[in-house]
Write a protein that binds this ligand. Structure first.
Ligand SMILES: NC(=O)c1ccc[n+]([C@@H]2O[C@H](COP(=O)([O-])OP(=O)(O)OC[C@H]3O[C@@H](n4cnc5c(N)ncnc54)[C@H](OP(=O)(O)O)[C@@H]3O)[C@@H](O)[C@H]2O)c1
Length: 470
């Protein structure tokens, strides 16, 4: 059994065995709530195991399920590397994992995170290319958001000179994904045009910077209006910024009536059909995310079904007639389920090379203490990040506003707190609205599928037609 598996079973069975001595150190309000706990020991004669702080998902759902807990330090298995973590990357995928909105997630509780950079503290048996003290970045399958993590060597990459832990955690996953999307899946060449969704985010900015290493590429980028000013100042500005939620198809067609050569879609749902229809002949549409599945703080039961339902089922004959291609890319499946680790390692080296040549510059949104992970996740939920969000285990948590006392002091509630409360109320309203919409969608789907779960007549129908027919 590898140490990863051992950790898994500790996490899953620890409580039943009575050896789970984890203790919560910080509540979700940021208040210290240390619980006395005995040192963890495997047997009578063994010394107690050392502990570390980790971001643990205690159950799928909202931000309250994310806790900072003391966990036993990981033990090293064959072929693994123990990393002392200095910076962790927050990815949209982590939001989906928290909600339980991805395929085959592990059982709770488990340590979150797919990306971290730090120092090699120990090298397992059979590991040849790494030494204690090496500076590395890693893309493990979960467990990255802790002070220490044991990672199979195939998912670990040595940092080149001049690349800090912070920069490494900012670029590794996002730029490897962007590189593979642009140059391997979509086949970007000189003079082509690309439509990019969520262009202000981690992958979005990586796509823009990498695409701009090719001459005469035109980028149409869609994102929330609030990011447009910041993106105009970014290292590689987008040629045409379009607003999320606007009629971007008409806007784009005003500029380029023939459409675009490449569509990179990380949203899914109705954006798939729009993207496909915007392709020029010989164009390629690539699906690489399903962000539209996330509607509120917790998993929307029908949002995944809606995403599926809204996507046209395109026949190869249609592709043949129209000279268009469809493709998909999923790094997580490629690395952990489809033997793609060596391929990804090569890609990360290419990204590091581009960094050293000064062709890419990481765009950092913000860094947060582990204890502030809920706030960091909320910022991404609120669509406010421009570039990458990083967690830094060495940072002190932000001071939390004191809970207002009852009576007189209540009146002294600061305007910031009031604003905060107003925003939360707005969020709740939004969530309620989304839930109502989901219910309506559910009714529509049920009517259209006659309760079978399969569409009555799905092939190549316009989404509006579907609405009509239902
Ligand atoms: N296929 C792969 O291997 C792979 C790997 C990494 C990431 N991805 C995908 O790439 C996309 C971007 O990932 P990232 O990690 O770089 O994150 P990110 O873009 O930094 O994510 C945050 C941004 O996503 C946008 N967004 C779209 N739908 C949203 C929703 N329902 N709720 C909140 N925000 C939403 C928001 O920007 P705007 O409002 O400005 O649009 C938000 O600021 C995600 O879909 C992710 O799943 C895929």
């Amino acid at each position: 059994m590898s140490s990863e598996q051992q950790q898994d079973s500790t996490a899953m069975n620890g409580e039943q065995n009575g050896d789970n001595k984890e203790k919560e150190v910080i509540t979700e309000n940021g208040e210290s709530a240390a619980v006395a706990s005995e040192p963890v020991a495997d047997g009578e004669n063994e010394p107690p195991k050392k502990e570390m702080r980790a971001v643990v998902l205690t159950g799928f759902g909202g931000l309250k399920s994310v806790k900072i807990l003391k966990k036993p330090e990981p033990t090293l298995g064959e072929g693994e590397i123990l990393i002392r973590v200095k910076a962790c990357g927050l990815n949209f995928q982590d939001l989906m994992v928290r909600q339980g909105a991805i395929d085959s997630p592990p059982k709770c509780p488990f340590i979150l995170g797919f990306e971290c950079a730090g120092d090699v503290e120990q090298v397992g048996e059979g590991v040849e290319d790494f030494q204690v003290g090496d500076q590395v970045v890693a893309l493990p399958e979960y467990r990255a958001w802790a002070e220490l993590v044991a990672v199979p060597a195939k998912y670990v990459y040595k940092l080149p000179k001049g690349l800090s832990y912070l920069d490494a955690a900012t670029i590794s996953m996002n730029y490897a994904v962007a590189y593979m999307l642009l140059f391997e899946v979509a086949g970007l060449t000189q003079g082509k045009s690309i439509l990019v969704h969520s262009v202000g985010g981690g992958v979005g900015q990586a796509v823009v910077q990498l695409a701009k290493t090719i001459p005469d590429v035109t980028i149409y980028g869609i994102c929330s209006k609030g990011k447009h000013e910041a993106l105009k100042e970014a290292n590689a500005p987008v040629d045409h910024l379009l607003e999320k939620g606007s009629d971007y198809v008409s806007e784009l067609k005003k500029i380029s009536p023939d459409g675009v050569d490449i569509v990179l879609d990380c949203l899914c749902g109705e954006e798939c059909n729009k993207g496909y229809n915007l392709l020029k002949p010989m164009g390629k549409y690539v699906l690489y995310g399903t962000s539209n599945v996330v509607t509120g703080e917790t998993k929307g039961f029908f949002s995944a079904a809606r995403c599926w339902w809204q996507v046209d089922k395109v026949s190869p004959l249609k592709l043949f007639d129209e000279n268009k291609s469809l493709a998909g890319f999923n790094l997580r499946h490629f690395m952990y389920q489809q033997n793609g680790a060596a391929h990804v390692k090569d890609t990360v080296q290419k990204v590091f090379q581009l960094f050293q040549e000064g062709k890419i510059k990481p765009l950092l949104d913000s860094t947060w203490a582990l204890e502030d992970v809920a706030e960091a996740m909320q910022k991404m939920h609120d669509r406010k990040n421009v570039g990458k969000i990083i967690l830094d285990p060495s940072l002190e948590p932000k001071p939390k506003p004191a809970t207002p006392a009852k009576g007189k002091d209540k009146k002294k509630q600061s305007s910031e707190e009031k604003k905060d409360n107003d925003e939360k109320k707005e969020d709740k309203k939004e969530e309620k609205k989304e839930k109502e919409e989901e219910k309506k969608e559910e009714k529509k789907s049920e009517a259209a599928t006659n309760g079978t779960g399969e569409p009555a007549a799905a092939d190549e129908a316009d989404p509006k037609e579907k609405e009509h027919s239902s």
